[in-house]
Write a protein that binds this ligand. Structure first.
Ligand SMILES: Cc1cc2nc3c(=O)[nH]c(=O)nc-3n(C[C@H](O)[C@H](O)[C@H](O)COP(=O)(O)O)c2cc1C
Length: 133
């Protein structure tokens, strides 16, 4: 599938990346999707679209290096990024139930706060860069 097709037909106001870390970078499939959605030149789907990153891995600080790579890619793609709060979620068995609920109270509260911060960030970006009419 050509991911640029998805971006061209499904407009979004912002992007939240939730990713594992592969060899201290992002998974190749995610990089491929970003690359397709950023082209052709002049039709970069990320330009001026706010973004944020949540990383999850079995290690407690896993995804830190991979997130830096993703930030670098998104910078080139001209996506305003939320720099704080950073989210490194240690993935443990049963952290997320089959129903999609987060079983750990502090992780649930952290992510709720993260989403509230991201909502505020998105609003600030669009006040600075109003969407084209
Ligand atoms: C090719 C590969 C490289 C990985 N590299 C890292 C890594 O650099 N840091 C890390 O914390 N976990 C790493 N992992 C473990 C992933 O974090 C873990 O497999 C992931 O959370 C599960 O997602 P998946 O089902 O998409 O593989 C790696 C896994 C794979 C398969």
């Amino acid at each position: 599938m050509n991911p640029s097709h998805l971006c061209a037909t499904t407009p979004v106001d912002a992007m939240l990346f939730v990713t594992p870390e592969y060899n201290c970078s992002i998974p190749g499939a995610l990089k491929n999707a970003i690359d397709w959605a950023s082209r052709p030149w002049g039709q970069n789907a990320f330009s001026r679209k706010p973004s944020a990153i949540i990383g999850t891995s079995p290690g407690s600080i896993g995804t830190a290096v991979g997130q830096q790579h993703l930030k670098s890619i998104l910078s080139f793609c001209n996506s305003p990024q939320m720099n704080a709060i950073e989210a490194y979620i240690q993935f443990t068995p049963n952290l997320i139930t089959d129903e999609g609920e987060i079983s750990n109270d502090s992780t649930r509260e952290f992510l709720r706060n993260y989403m509230a911060e991201f909502e505020g960030f998105i609003g600030r970006v669009y006040r600075a860069y109003p969407k084209p009419a």
